[in-house]
Design a protein around this ligand. Sequence first.
Ligand SMILES: NC(=O)c1ccc[n+]([C@@H]2O[C@H](COP(=O)([O-])OP(=O)(O)OC[C@H]3O[C@@H](n4cnc5c(N)ncnc54)[C@H](OP(=O)(O)O)[C@@H]3O)[C@@H](O)[C@H]2O)c1
Length: 343
Amino acid sequence: MGYKVAVAGATGNVGREMLNVLDERGFPADEVVALASRRSLGTEVSFGDRVLKVKTLDNYDFSDTDICLMSAGGAVSKEFSPEIARAGCVVIDNSSAWRYDSDVPLIVPEVNADAITGFTKRNIIANPNCSTAQLVVALKPLHDRARIKRIVVATYQSVSGAGKDAMDELFTQTRAVFVSDPVEPKKFPKRIAFNVIPQVDVFMEDGYTREEWKMVAETKKILDKNIKLTATCVRVPVFVSHSEAVNVEFEQPISAEEARDILREAPGCLVVDNPAEGAYVTPYEAAGEDATYISRIREDATVENGLSMWIVADNLRKGAALNAVQIAELLHERGLIRQAALA
Ligand SMILES: NC(=O)c1ccc[n+]([C@@H]2O[C@H](COP(=O)([O-])OP(=O)(O)OC[C@H]3O[C@@H](n4cnc5c(N)ncnc54)[C@H](OP(=O)(O)O)[C@@H]3O)[C@@H](O)[C@H]2O)c1
C-alpha cells in the first residue's frame, strides 16, 4: 500500500516542481494532496496527467497523511509544521525555519543520508538552502579524498530562488526596459533586469547577508563543522539554476584530473569539462535537469592544494524539490515512514 502525501505550497515554484518530481520518479503514493493559502482555494495544479484541486493548509487534517512536503515559507512552516508532525505526519521542510535546530536533521541524501535517523525527535527533516545543496553534492567526494580546509564561493543565483513573484518581476522589468516604461523594484532591493545585485536576503551586523551566513552554517552541519567557508551571494537576471564560482583549499594534494575522475563517479554529479571544445555548463542548460554539473576544474597555483571550479544546478530541483523527494525516498527505503507515525 502506498503513502498519502501532501504538498504544502503546491501553487509555488518549488511546490509545482515537487509534484512533477513525485510523478516523474514514481514515488509510491496512493494519494497526493495539493495545499496552499486561502487565496488559491479551488485553483488547479498538475500532477502528471492528473489535475489536483488546491485545498487550504490552515484547516487541513493531517492525521491520515504520511508525509508533508512543506514549501510555503519559513513563517508558515514555523506555525504549522509542529502541529502536522504531532499528528504523525513526517514534515520535510524547504524553508530555513528548522535547518539550524539540533533536533532536526538537515539532509542531502548523497552527502549525509545516515544523519536522517535523528528525525523522530521532532518528526521534521530540513532541506538545505539551494546554494548549499549543489555545493555539498559536488564537494563531498573531494572532501572524502583530500579533506577541505577552506572554501571561497561566489554565487550567481537565479530569480526563481526568490519565488514566483520574483520571476514575474524579472519578466516585467525586462519588458519595461524595452518599451521605456519606468522600472520599479518590488521583490528585489534594486532593479534586476540587465543588472546584478550583490544582496540575497537581508544584511547582518557583520556585513554579510543571511544567505551567505546560511551557506556557512549549513555546509558545516551537512559536511563538516571544521570547514571554513566565505561566500558572496549575488542575484543575477537568470530565471532558473544557480551557478557558483568555487575555490577550495585542501589539506592534501589533489590534481584537477583526479578531481574530475572522482566527480565522474560521484552520485548526483555530472562533469562537463572540456572548455576548449565549449564543454562547460551554463544555468540555461542545467534548468529542468537533476544533476549537479561541475565544469572548469583547474588547479589554483596561488595556494597549496587549491582547486577552482564552476558548479551549476537547477535550484528548483536539486536545490529544493528533487532533494525533498529524495529525502522522502530515503525514509521509504529505510522503512521509517509509518514507524515514525507510530512512535
Ligand atoms: N525557490 C527556490 O529555489 C528554493 C530553494 C530552496 C528552498 N526554497 C524555499 O521554499 C519555500 C517556497 O519557495 P517558492 O520559491 O516555491 O515560493 P513561491 O513561489 O512564492 O510559493 C510560495 C507558496 O507558499 C504558499 N503559501 C504562502 N503563504 C501561505 C499560507 N499562509 N498558507 C499556505 N500556503 C501558503 C503559496 O500559496 P499561494 O499561491 O496560495 O499564495 C505558494 O504555494 C520558501 O520557504 C523558500 O525559501 C526555495
